[in-house]
Design a protein around this ligand. Structure first.
Ligand code: SF4
Length: 454
């Protein structure tokens, strides 16, 4: 027999920030007694959490709306693309409601309007850590919303507004609830993690009754007390990064920074209007590695920004080599509706942009292979993500889920377990390893394991 609770189909597209928004909406839905279903036919209405970052994301979001309208007919649209409501209404006047990103209140109001909430909400059945879309052993933690910068290729500040930092006490409380729920790794996300607290002028907040300043350094210190892995994403090269380096630890906030440099040539960085655009990325990385030789750096880059010359692109390749970027993601520049960069002169032809993207990825593949080969023979801790017929798949502190490579482990274990392994082989992006005998995996309380140096 079909359950009587109203059923909602939910599609979530986009970046980790959108995942967090989706989790908040799903948590509220569950709290109020709505069911979520994976079949359009079974749903009473469908919510599409869209992405509007680049043109291909817009197209994917529009396709998702189209598909849900055809299959179900009752659709609420939210997320980044929802900030351009007129474009959605123009194409799909039949959608029930459109709301912007990070606005679960408006989404819930639309749900209540079109699918009245059940009479007896199941509040007690909602886990304290909310509903999550990630595997049980890792979770995203959003520390702020919006961004104070105006990078010329980006429309996120227009979509999500200026920086608004969450109170530090709320962040720590959410993190502690995640740990209690069994999460073994927290991935800190925002638009600009190192700017945490700038909007409130680093005012004093309260964490468990203690007065603590809302700053990037104090955030790292507080999260470092959780006793699980914490990984920092979207870190910009502000001076405060040097202050957090001594706090990093392979047992706590990891010596892994995701720093979206986007380019390395000073003229391009300034043309992009990047945060800390006058900081020289190479000098920065050298200073950081002087303090923390074990620091793993992931970065993303845009090639073919308007006006980028062959020499400026070559400078980017040199930078990637000299900096020893461990993990790299890259995009070829594409104009985004509403972005200031669209008005810049000297667009780089698409053929050249694609050719540069291919060269950058080939270039990085050799660097990645070289840096991974240096880890063969080392031991490290691995968090197991999956168990397959061929063995275990996991990651060390040097690999973030979904965006970096993995470690294939021969041995026994289960998802969410941490094992000590010896690295036995490497290729371009991944490692292979064997689990060390159980006795070596028993870590006496309070004794940190040796830190590997990739
Ligand atoms: S820092 Fe730049 S790229 Fe990142 S969200 Fe802000 S404006 Fe966009």
């Amino acid at each position: 027999m079909r359950p009587t609770e109203p059923a909602i189909g939910f599609v979530s597209l986009g970046c980790p920030k959108a995942v967090v928004d989706a989790e908040h909406i799903l948590t509220r839905l569950r709290a109020e007694g709505y069911r979520t279903v994976g079949d359009y036919g079974e749903a009473d209405l469908v919510i599409i959490n869209t992405c509007g970052f680049i043109d291909s994301a817009v197209a994917e979001s529009m396709d998702a709306i189209d598909e849900a309208l055809r299959a179900n007919g009752r659709v609420i649209v939210t997320g980044c693309l929802g900030s351009r409501a007129e474009a959605i209404w123009a194409r799909y006047p039949q959608v029930l409601a459109v709301t912007g990103p990070h606005d679960d209140q408006a989404v819930m109001a639309a749900v209540h309007r079109h699918l009245p909430r059940p009479h007896d909400p199941f509040v007690d059945l909602v886990p304290a850590q909310g509903v999550r879309l990630t595997p049980a052993h890792y979770a995203y933690l959003k520390i702020s919303e919006g961004c104070n910068h105006r990078c010329r290729f980006c429309i996120i500040p227009a979509l999500r507004g200026p920086l608004v930092s969450r109170p530090l006490g709320d962040i720590v409380q959410e993190a502690e609830a995640l740990v209690r729920a069994g999460v073994r790794e927290i991935l800190v996300v925002s638009q600009d993690t190192s700017a945490y607290g700038v909007d409130v002028k680093h005012r004093v907040g309260f964490v468990g009754g203690r007065a603590v300043r809302m700053s990037f350094v104090e955030l790292v210190r507080e999260l470092g007390r959780l006793g699980i892995w914490v990984r920092l994403h979207y870190v910009y090269p502000y001076p405060s990064v040097e202050d957090i380096l001594p706090l990093l630890d392979t047992e706590g906030v990891l010596p892994y920074l995701d720093v979206p440099f986007q380019h390395a040539h000073p003229r391009i960085l300034q043309a992009m209007r990047r945060p800390a655009g006058r900081v020289h990325p190479l000098a920065c990385i050298k200073a950081w590695r002087g303090i923390r030789p074990d620091l793993v750096i992931r970065s993303t880059f845009i090639v073919g920004f308007p006006g980028e010359t062959e020499e400026e692109f070559a400078a980017l390749l040199d930078f990637v080599t000299e900096a020893g970027i461990d993990r790299l993601g890259a995009f070829s520049y594409s104009p985004v509706d509403g972005a200031a960069a669209n008005a810049l002169p000297d667009p780089v032809p698409e053929r050249v942009r694609e050719e540069r993207l291919g060269r950058l990825m080939t270039h990085q593949a050799a660097i990645s292979a070289d840096r991974l080969a240096r880890r063969v023979g080392q031991t490290c801790d691995v968090l197991i993500d999956a168990v397959t017929d061929e063995g275990l798949i996991g990651r060390s502190y040097a690999e973030a889920p979904d965006i970096d490579g993995v470690i294939y482990v021969q041995g026994k274990g289960r998802a969410g377990e941490r094992l000590q392994v010896r690295v036995t082989g490497s290729d371009t992006h991944d490692l292979s390893a064997v689990a060390l005998p159980a006795a070596q995996n028993e870590k006496p309380a309070g004794q940190a394991r040796a830190r590997p140096t990739p």
